[in-house]
Structure formats: C-alpha cells, structure tokens
Design a protein. Sequence first.
Length: 615
Amino acid sequence: MSLITTRRGFHQMAVFLWGDQKGFNQFYPEKINIKEYQNPLIISEIAVLGEQLQPSEAGLINRAPELTSNIELQYDQDIISLQFSSLEFTSDRQLKYFYRVIGLSDTWLRLANGTRQVNLLKLSAGDYQVEVYTVNRFNQHSPTKRFAIKVYAPIWWNFWSKSLYSIVLLGLIAIFLRMRQKRFKQVVDDNKKMTELQERLELSLWASGDELWDWHLKTKQIFRHRVTPRIEYGDSFERLEVEDMSRYVHPKDCILLEDKLESCIKGIVDSYEVPLRVKDIAGNWVWVLDRGKVVTRDSNGIAIRIAGALKDITELKSHQDALQKLNEQLEIKVAMRTDELYKKNQKLEQAMMELKRTQQDLIESERMASLGNLVAGVAHEINTPLGVAITALTYNMECLSQIEKKLESKTLKQSDLEKSIVEQNSGYGLVMRNLDRAQTLITNFKQVAVDQSSETERVVNIKKYIMDVFDSLSPMIKGKGIEVEVTGEDGQDLLTYPGAIYQILTNLLNNSVIHGFEKQDNGKVTTEINLNNKYVEIIYRDNGVGVKPEIIANIFDPFVTSKRNQGGCGLGMHIVYNLVTQLLKGDIKCHSKQGQGVEFVIKLPVQKVEGEEVA
C-alpha cells in the first residue's frame, strides 16, 4: 500500500493505493461522509429470574427478543434482565450506554464500560418503561430504545382485593359503630330492666312473704329488705344487731343456727340451709327456712359478708308432719302386704316345683315310651332273620336224616351225597347271613338303648351314628313309603352325647311320620351334616305338609300339639329343645311353610377328637 499526497488548488489530498500485478485500488479518505446519527439499539436477550426467555405461544414472549417491545410479569417474577446490542460497527467499549426506568426514577444512569445489560430487581406491582440509548466516540446519540414492563399485583393486593379490603374495613367500622349504638341501647334497656326487676322483686317478696337479709360481719349489722313484715324483730326495723338474733330465734334452734354460721364464716362451707323457728308479729313461733351464702371473704378466707333469705315454711312443715304419719301407717300396711305376698310366693314356688316334677315325669314317660317302641320294632325286625335261620336249619336236618336212612339201607349214592352237601352248604350260608343280620340289629339296639337311657359323653363318628340311628328306627317307617337319606362328610369323630342325638332324631322322625306324612303315600326325610372347626350343623328336612303358622311360633313350648284329641301330649319338640340347648349347649331353629315340608337347623358346639377309639 502506498500513500500519495497531491495538491489540487489550495487543498492537499491524500490518496491510498494498493494492489498487485493484476491491478490496484485507490482510496480518498476525504470523500468519506460521517453519518450524523447512530444506528438504533435492539434487545438481544431477556432473562426473568435468571432464566433466559425463549419465544413460545404459552411463554412470556411469543416473538424474538429483538422484536419484543413489552412484557407482562406476575408478582413473583420480580427480577428481569435486559441485554441491549448496538448495530454500530464498533467496540462496545467505545459506546456509552445510558438508561432510566420510568416508574422508578426519571434520572438517566450510565452503565459501566463494557456493560450493556440492565438488571431490575424486586420490582413492585405496576407499569414500568425502560429507556436506553448510546453515545459513540463522535458524541452521537442513538435513537432511544423503549421497553414496557407490567408487573401484576398478587391476588391479595390487586385492585379487586384492595376494593374488598376497603369494603371490609368500612363494614368493620359500620359494625363497630352499630355495636356502640347497640351497646348504648342495651345499657338503656338494662336500666329499664333493672327497674322492672326491682319492681318484680318487691312484688315477689310481697307475694311469697320472704325476707332478704344482708349481714356485714365487720360492722356487726344485718340489713333487712321485705315488703310486708311478718317476723317480729322489735324496734329493729331496717337494721339488726347480731347480738339481738338470739332474742327472736327459738332456744332449741339457736345452737344449730350458730353451728351453720360458724362453718360458713371459717370457710368450711360456702352456704347453708337450716329450718328454724322464729316469732311472728302475733308472738307465735313459726317455721322459716333460713338460707345463707358467703358473698365476700378477706385475705385469710374469713367471711366478711353473708347474704340470704327467710322463707315461711309453717304450712309446709305441717304437711311434712302429716306426710310422716301417713308414711308410718303406709309402712305398716306394706309390711303386712309383704308378709302376705311372701306366703303366697311360698305356695307358688311349691306349685312350680310340683309342676316341674310332673313335667319331668311326663318327659321320662315319653322317653321310655320311645324306648318301648324301639324294642317292639327291633323285636319285629329280629323275628325275620331268626325265622329264616330256623327254616334253613330244619331243612338241613331233614337232608341229614335222608342221608342217614339211605346209608342204613345201603342205597346212598355219591350223587345223592354231593347234592345233599351242596344244599346243606347253601342252607348254612343262609343261616350265617341271617344270624349276622340279627347280631347287627341286636348290637345297634343295645348301643342305642344305652345311649337313650343314659347321658354319657363319648366319641362317635357322627355320620355313621346318625345312619345307625335311622337303621334302628326303620320299623317306624316300614311299609309307609318313606325314604331316609343321610348326607355329609365321612369319617369325622366327635366327642358328644349320642343318647341325646338319638332322642332328638327319634322325635323328629316320629313327628314327620305322624304329622308331616299324614294321609300321604310316600315321603322323603333328608339329614345333612356340615362340619367346621367350631360346630356341627345338622339340617333335618322332610317334604311333608309343613307346620301351621300358629303352631310354629310356639313349636318348642311344652304341651303344644295339633293331635291333642288323638293322644298327643305336645312334649316331643320341647324335649328336643331342652336336649339341644341345655345338654348339648347348642341352638335349634325351625322353618316351615304349609305344603312345603319342615326344616330343623341344629348347631352343636363340639370338640373334634383324633387318635381315640370310636364306639
């Protein structure tokens, strides 16, 4: 590059030349025109609470910072930073930045050299406008850049909140004034009421004849207030000296009154009430009720003021005396009546004992009658297998006799002997089967009979035992088309009273035969057994005619029967109820509808037994 100085007229011009073998360029510095204004400012970055803002539809700005002229902030977004940039092609250190925040101060402030960021901290709610301009090295001012900021007040300090606060404040003032007015009116009303109460008090004292008194212990004076005087206190009309009290109280009541007063004065009690006799104006002794209460005590707890009232109870006292005499007479009459009732109760208890004894005899008779029916039925059942066994033995004896005759006459053939042996084996087999059947019936009968006649607790297989019971009761239903079915779990051993269970099932089956299947050609009895860890549930059902509603409500009561004219005593279900609830400690319920049979649900608490022999 070369600098060439030329002179044109009176002016000297400088020319810059530079280039290479391909050519050169020349530059005239004097021909450069310096602009009289500076390029405008732009906002290059906006940050709120230290976080740079990016344009977004839901954000604080929806355009680039360079195009944003205002921003709206919430009350807690009170820290904002604005970074400005100048379009002047020069170093920031050669530019001076000035700013002010209208709404805070109208004074222009200069940013530090090299700094182009305005930071606003802890802005209060309101509208602000940030104005910034720059000055370059030629002392030229850039256009002022303006940026509006609006900070919303919190919900508790916005326009509506302040309005509400104002309304509340005005309301409180109005309430205060209203209360003052009401208080003043109340004072006036209270004064009127006090006047009325005083008049009423005087009227009450006049009507009741009571007398109020106020005893000041320090001055030893008793002030009286009454309307119509009834008690004679001599010349002491308004005031009474303490020493004068003994002159107007009955001598027998003075000691008691003094004891009551001394207890109140010393702080043992705060009030007292004592009936005593005083003289009236006519000079007669009348009964009054003296009631007093301590009003004030000194620092040592000694009473210094006691107030009370005297009430005329002469008429009441006469009534009490009459009532006492009446009570004494009544006590004598009550004692006489009590003695009569005691004698009648003794007779009633004897009658009840006799009734219970008779009822027990009837229950025992019912049980023995059931046992007799069982004996008759079992005897009938045993006759059949025993008869078959005797017939078979008789036939075998005849066969042996024929063999013996042929043997003596020497006409016995081998075929005759073989035929006789086959027939006798068949006969002996028939004998054994029928004798086994008879033995089974006798064994069941023996056990059931023992169970029924005793209340011994033992271990049984509940399902097998119930089936044995129904087997022993088969004569009861034989020839009547009645089917008996037992369902439930097998092999469960329980410790219980089998005799009671036998008696319960006997009575239930007997009721089904007599009442449920009356005038029916067939029927079905189902016994369902359910077991769990706490109880055994026995559900007995039949499909008979059911029970009438008027009977089912009292079915377990004694002497309740629908066959009284036909010999029924009405104790069967009562026996069942007593056995279930008293001996077995269980519960029994009956459900029935006419034409739909009957259902008995028996729940028995039992103890499962393992490892013991089951009888």
